[in-house]
Design a protein around this ligand. Structure first.
Ligand SMILES: Cc1ncc(COP(=O)(O)O)c(C=O)c1O
Length: 345
């Protein structure tokens, strides 16, 4: 799809056509750097896989999400991409894939973005190229063992905002039957199976007009863990609370950024304790964070037929300030004292 045909202002968040993808393969334990970046760029196309590929049977796959966009300075940038590289390496190690060195990972993403740069929206429209690096066991094998061949691919998709309806308070539903993760499982990495498990509860919630589900912890069923594929924040009496990272929650890069911004604004942040739902429901403001969600206000939370509304369902003042500061830094409209903006070209 030529970029001239993309209606950037009305672009949905989803898979939209792109032109070039990156695909590299190694034997298990091989050297990623031995596969040249430039000869690994191909027209976007279907993959050819053995029916016995480990990814199909045993879900040996991990991925990341990122965004590349034109900043207000006209540069092609991303946000804290080095952190995605580190997290992806942890994910790969957890499912016995050969971690991809950060420099190679970042070069592959840069090359893919630059090869699709005609699909980048002009600054200020809120559209971006979503980045989807994925690393999976592609070699054939019948037994439960790490795949003999691994594939690392990167594709991109021009996208608009993640949640429909713009920057407004979204209705959320507490998921009472299903848990996202449990101690010792893989909640702190981005493996495909975590997301397979979220499809049923997420689909049911959306069919009932909720934007997302709120997951509780597996051990007590009392503490807030995550909001779908985003981290949870609550403002109670001027203090910002987010659940402690205990291994069951994905350590969001946006979460870390929001904690840093809030502390630097002089706001007290509590991020080292479990967050009981009962306490969270007393909040003056609630929001969730993620690469896709950015900062998304939570307007209400429903549990067992009872709905709690935050700030009359409107965007709260701290939510607004944190959102504007984060997006201002990301778009290079305000200074970035943290070195978070990652320049691609
Ligand atoms: C389960 C889950 N939690 C939280 C997040 C937010 O993480 P980040 O801010 O790094 O995008 C994501 C998205 O990557 C996610 O999939």
């Amino acid at each position: 799809m030529p970029s001239a045909k993309i209606d950037f202002a009305n672009l949905p968040f989803g898979l939209n056509a792109s032109d070039v993808m990156f695909v590299a393969q190694i034997k298990k334990g091989g050297e990623w750097r031995s596969v040249p970046i430039n000869s690994s760029l191909f027209p976007f196309q279907d993959l050819s896989l053995s029916p016995a590929a480990q990814v199909i049977h045993y879900g040996q796959t991990g991925f990341e999400g990122g965004k590349a966009y034109r900043s207000s300075k006209g540069r092609i940038v991303s946000f804290r991409l080095e952190e995605n590289a580190k997290r992806h390496a942890r994910t790969s190690a957890r499912i016995a894939l050969t971690p991809i060195p950060a420099d190679y990972y970042l070069e592959a993403i840069k090359a893919t973005v630059l090869a699709n740069k005609h699909l980048l929206a002009p600054p200020g429209l809120g559209a971006a190229l979503y980045l989807r690096p994925t690393h999976f066991g592609s070699g054939p094998q019948l037994g439960v063992a790490p795949a003999p061949v691994e594939t690392f691919m990167v594709f991109v998709s021009p996208v608009g905002p993640y949640f429909k309806g713009g920057f407004t308070g979204k209705p959320m539903l507490v998921e009472e039957n299903y848990r996202r993760s449990a101690p010792g499982l893989m909640g702190d990495v981005k493996v495909g199976g975590n997301y397979a498990g979220s499809l049923l509860p997420g689909t049911r919630a959306k069919a009932n007009d909720f934007a997302e589900v709120i997951y509780l912890d597996a051990m007590t069923g009392k503490n807030v863990e995550e909001v779908g594929a985003a981290n949870a924040f609550f403002v109670v009496n001027g203090v910002l609370y987010t659940p402690k990272l205990t291994g069951t929650i994905l350590p969001g890069i946006t979460r870390d950024s929001i904690i840093t911004l809030a502390r630097d604004m002089g706001i007290k942040v509590v991020d080292d304790q479990p967050l009981p739902l009962k306490f969270a429901l007393k909040a003056d403001e609630a929001f969730c964070t993620g690469t896709a969600a950015v900062v998304t206000p939570v307007g209400s939370i429903a549990k067992g037929g009872k709905k709690t509304t935050f700030n009359n369902g409107e965007v709260g003042p701290l939510t607004q300030t944190l959102y504007e500061t984060l997006v201002g830094i990301q778009e290079e409209r305000i200074p970035d004292p943290y070195g978070w903006v990652y320049v691609i070209g």
